[in-house]
Write a protein that binds this ligand. Structure first.
Ligand SMILES: Nc1ncnc2c1ncn2[C@@H]1O[C@H](COP(=O)(O)OP(=O)(O)OP(=O)(O)O)[C@@H](O)[C@H]1O
Length: 296
């Protein structure tokens, strides 16, 4: 497996606030990676460290074989669309494309102009007059026309309506299919991620809680329903993430390394949304049980 991002003990602290802690992570190349986690979990911090906008306070990070933003060649390998899809409101779309061409040695003029045309946008239009969805598309066009090896998108669809979101993600997937770009995409919309991602990273309370291929994660997580019993009585090797009980019945959300067979159990696979929410809830409980001092 070729890694496109490798972090070892990566951390970022702002004064007394730890934004990211002890993050050790390998992101395989050629994937569309979903980054999830509750507000303030450290997603933007990790993405900004990956593109070199901020420097770590501990540990190391390498992207596409080098230190983020180390030099012009390294900058050219990574495309980044920040959370607020920044653009110059007073400039036209064509001005943005000219700027992109001047600033990026690997600029693909045909790709940029073709994308704007396919979107039905007028290059003479001032970007400040575009809708949020159209502005997001312009920002994505600027990032992909660099022809980066790694494309980092920080909640690019957060402000878009469901149709604009679908179109944005469709455009992204078409680009990935054609150019093989690795994408890391943060979002709170797990159903969107479920459609486009094949690898998932979950951050909770500044720490990596879960990382892996979506297929592997989905095939090892289950909802298990049985006659009422304690979690401790389940076989070893099964990790119980959540347990609920009625008078007669127990339901466990579990992670199991091997296939589960017991005629007394009803097993259902967890979809990605259930899985993500279960881990988030588990992370919240763990954080809540820490002392306030330990959380700082
Ligand atoms: N420039 C900064 N100065 C001080 N604290 C910061 C700064 N940037 C982020 N933080 C803090 O670091 C933590 C992680 O923030 P971050 O923006 O990475 O979270 P996030 O997971 O992207 O959140 P959201 O989903 O709300 O966008 C938060 O507690 C935040 O307040």
């Amino acid at each position: 497996m070729t890694a496109i991002l490798e972090a070892i003990g990566l951390g970022k602290r702002y004064g007394r606030r730890q934004a990211l802690s002890d993050c050790t992570l390998t992101v395989p190349a050629g994937r569309v990676v979903g980054l999830v986690g509750p507000n303030g979990a450290g997603k933007s911090t990790l993405l900004q460290l990956a593109c070199g906008l901020i420097a770590p306070t501990s540990g190391t990070i390498e992207v596409v074989g080098g230190r983020p933003a180390a030099d012009a060649a390294q900058l050219a390998k990574v495309g980044f669309v920040a959370q607020d899809t920044p653009t110059y409101t007073g400039l036209s779309i064509a001005d943005h494309l000219h700027l992109g061409a001047r600033l990026n040695p690997t600029w693909d003029k045909g790709l940029a102009e073709g994308r704007i045309r396919d979107l039905g946008l007028d290059p003479a239009q001032r970007v400040g007059r575009l809708s949020g969805g159209q502005r997001a598309q312009v920002a994505l066009t600027l990032a992909v026309a660099k022809r980066p090896e790694l494309l980092i998108l920080d909640e690019p669809v957060a402000a878009l309506d469901p149709l604009a979101r679908r179109e944005f993600l469709q455009g992204l997937m078409e680009h990935v299919a054609e150019h093989g770009t690795t994408v890391i995409l943060s979002s709170h919309l797990v159903s969107d991620l479920e459609r486009v991602c094949d690898h998932l990273i979950s951050l909770v309370a500044s720490r990596v809680q879960l990382a892996g291929d979506v297929d592997d994660l989905v095939s090892t997580h289950f909802r298990l329903t049985t006659a009422r019993r304690d979690a401790e009585s389940l076989p070893k090797g099964m990790r119980v993430l959540q347990a609920t009980h009625t008078e007669r019945q127990s339901t466990f959300l579990v992670r199991a390394g091997t296939a589960l067979h017991d005629p007394a159990w009803v097993l259902e696979p967890l979809d990605l949304e259930d899985l993500v929410l279960t881990y988030m809830a588990e992370g919240r409980t763990a954080t809540a049980t820490k002392t306030p001092e330990a959380q700082r």
